[in-house]
Design a protein around this ligand. Structure first.
Ligand SMILES: [Zn+2]
Length: 314
């Protein structure tokens, strides 16, 4: 599992953030579902640990029957192949809303989850109330972009699910856009853009309070006499003035995790690649190959991007 609740603060914490903590209190983490709350053990977070950090359950302990978060993670095992929706509805809460982290958010989260308690749902009477509980079922407010990206990767047949990102309302399929080919008119509005990232150090440059990451996405190949090379690589720009060192490290760590995952993959036929996902704005006319990242909403994943399911496309 890549997310847990910090018992002390009541806030959700992404496993990746464990690396940035001065010390990790091992007994301080629990399942994010308020009806479950079993202890989760932080793993692979020490400096010398190379793989991406994660949370695991204690030996012999399983999530409670009511735990919708574990139901959600179990669904992922089949969702890359089949459409897991039932009568057009997603069966368990999924990340449907990205908000900025704040104490107020956590409170809202808890309130919404309380409505998911099956005992409460059973007591709901009338058609309208039932509809409302169905609506509730679909809703999980998250503060981490990684949760949204993982849904996109794991549920290609359910990308018509609604999604709200910092007050932009749409569906998963419309709020993600692959960066590829010519720039002209392709990219519109703030959304989650993604592309392959080349994992060498010289693709990351810090200059004038901005961090520039060059992608392995470009306009086209051009043929020179000597060798072929890509023309007009895309680059993303991150404003460091608004960013704490902590947040900058988090972004750089993402690149490191993706590098390690790629290196450790021994499957020669894999279709997985290292991708960078970011919430950001499209290139401007005078800089057609430069994207601007919004705050620090950046994650990397070493994965295969599956085509959006047929039902969703039609
Ligand atoms: Zn649980």
């Amino acid at each position: 599992m890549n997310i847990a609740r910090d018992k002390l603060t009541g806030e959700e914490i992404e496993a990746e953030e464990l690396k940035l903590l001065i010390s990790v209190e091992k007994a301080n983490y629990e399942c994010i579902d308020v009806n479950c709350r079993i202890r989760l053990i932080p793993c692979s977070f020490e400096k010398h640990h190379k793989p991406r950090p994660y949370f695991k359950t204690e030996q012999g302990v399983t999530h409670t029957l009511e735990c919708t978060f574990s139901q959600y993670t179990e669904l992922q095992n089949q969702s890359r192949i089949i459409d897991v929706s039932v009568n057009g509805l997603f069966p368990v809460p999924y990340p449907s809303k990205l908000v900025k982290p704040s104490r107020k958010t956590i409170k809202t989260n808890k309130e919404e989850n309380d409505h998911l308690n099956p005992r409460i749902i059973k007591n709901v009477r009338g058609v309208i109330d039932n509809l409302q509980s169905e609506e509730r079922k679909r809703n999980r407010v998250v503060t981490a972009l990684g949760q949204i990206v993982d849904f996109y990767l794991n549920f290609p047949n359910n990308r018509d699910n609604s999604l709200e990102i910092l007050n932009i309302h749409s569906e998963y399929r419309f709020l993600f856009k692959r960066i590829k080919g010519k720039s002209e008119g392709q990219y519109k509005g703030r959304k989650i853009y993604f592309g392959r990232v080349s994992l060498s150090d010289d693709n990351v440059i810090e200059r004038e309070n901005r961090l520039f990451i060059q992608l392995y996405e470009f306009d086209k190949w051009i043929k020179n006499d000597e060798r072929n090379e890509p023309k007009n690589n895309y680059t993303i720009s991150i404003d460091l003035i608004q960013l704490s060192n902590h947040k900058k490290t988090k972004i750089l760590n993402e690149l490191v995790f993706a590098t390690i995952e790629q290196k450790n993959d021994e499957d020669e036929e894999t279709k997985k690649k290292a991708y960078i996902f970011f919430l950001g704005d499209p290139p401007k006319e005078d800089t057609p190959y430069l994207f601007t990242v919004y705050e620090n909403y950046v994650v990397c994943r070493y994965d295969e991007i599956l085509r959006t399911g047929r039902r969703v496309r039609s």
